[in-house]
Design a protein around this ligand. Structure first.
Ligand code: URA
Length: 198
């Protein structure tokens, strides 16, 4: 993926030459992994460590791995948007915000290229942002979570079908007991699916 990451870095350094935006690249098994896990965007810890899904999100990921019975290194892990979207409060505090339209439009074509390079056997999306990047703006996680979907991924002249298994974003369900149970049931469905697929 070195070539791809280099291209990404080049593009964004030209786009925002004055700003030092930290890019958090995907990591893990980059050739035909059993799962390519796609989140929304890096947060503070991810930006500090320049790795996706560390800190609190990393803890959630550990829970995911334990249930489905895979090691982190067996997956390819990435985000739709590869910079940390932030807002500054009136008091000057920096916090995360959802990616805006411009960020999504800039990064989504790179995600398509990334998927076509990695050729995962299955894509697991976390929350609405990666789901919509792959299945269109009208997709809603509440309607498709825990059930296999198919998406056509296109970049330049290349195009291929991929299986998508949408999950809620674990960070978004922290305060919702009912959704936590749904998320756990979806993880078990994913595990069964992986076992059935060999
Ligand atoms: N950290 C990530 O890398 N991605 C997310 O979606 C959330 C936290």
């Amino acid at each position: 993926m070195e070539q791809f990451n280099h291209k990404l870095a080049q593009f964004f350094s030209h786009l925002w030459p004055a700003e030092e935006k930290v890019l958090v690249f995907g990591e893990g098994r980059s050739e035909h992994p059993a799962i390519m896990l796609i989140g929304e965007a890096p947060g503070e810890q991810e930006t500090l460590q320049r790795r996706p899904f560390v800190g609190k999100a990393g803890k959630n990921l550990d829970g995911f791995l334990e249930v489905v019975g895979l090691q982190r290194g067996e997956l390819y892990i990435t985000n739709v948007v590869k910079i940390r979207p932030t807002r500054t409060s009136a008091k000057g505090r920096l916090s995360n915000r959802p990616p805006n339209r411009e960020e999504l439009a800039l990064f989504t074509p790179f995600l398509m290229e990334e998927i076509l390079r990695v050729q995962p056997r299955l894509i697991v999306t976390l929350g609405n942002t990666p789901l919509r990047a792959l299945m269109g703006a009208k997709a809603v996680i509440g309607g498709v979570h825990g059930r296999m979907q198919t998406a056509i991924v296109t970049h330049e002249k290349q195009s291929a079908d991929f299986s998508i298994f949408p999950l809620y974003h674990p960070a978004s369900i922290i305060y919702n007991r009912a959704l936590q149970e749904v998320y756990q049931a979806d993880l078990l469905a994913l595990k069964a699916l992986l076992e059935a697929g060999g």
